[in-house]
Design a protein around this ligand. Sequence first.
Ligand SMILES: [Zn+2]
Length: 267
Amino acid sequence: MLLFLSFLKKQKTEAPPVKANTSAPKQVAVRKGEIGEYKIDIQLDQLPKDCRYLSDLLIKNPKAKSGYSQIDHVVLTPYGIFVIETKNYQGTIYGGKDRKTWSVNGKYKMMNPFVQNYGHIKALAPLIDRKYVESFISMVSFTKRSTFKIDLDFRKIASNELIVYDIELSEFIHRKVSVLKIQHKEPLFSGREISMIYDVFSNADIKDPAIRRTHEQALKVDTKDTTTQAVCSICNKPVSDKVSTYCLTNEKFQGKVFCYEHQKTIQ
Ligand SMILES: [Zn+2]
């Protein structure tokens, strides 16, 4: 417990969550995306006891291009179902309700994450009773390495579409539930219903690793089709989508793409 608390303190100053004298060096700090997910997991563990959550669901969705929707997190509370999409971009996020595409630093384009998450909600909704359809809340979580230039409505707790930083995720869920509590007086879901919905979502989750792999592959091909192959600004060497995204979302590179070697030359 003590270790956990000291870790939380450290996290506020963005220090790497690795103790110097632990035996084997941990994997936690290796990949940026993983650090983001790690923080989210801590947030989800801070939710009240009457809430339950599921992570990384792959749900059949005939309306999605790939035939599936991949949902980062679903939090079941007595007053609503939070569907959470997590983003690990670094930079300034520009976006608005009516904009189909948002951007990072005005350069890297992404689909409006609420349009994306609406698709996720549409995949989950048919699995449960129609009367619960209104109880979904769409949340998009960004890491602290990003800055928001977005519609302020997304930060208002009355909204059913909320943008949060990963470190405020549980706080926003708490606040939203408090507001819903006042509006509804009676809980929408009993403990039994929460368990039932949990089981329904969990059973709908596709666990077959082969299908999961195919889905990931399909997503990769999909992004390739919409963007031309990026090349390093210095040596013209083609770079992967991952490298290109990393550069375009990192202020340091000022909207240019560099290969791994040349990234090191940029200060
Ligand atoms: Zn290069």
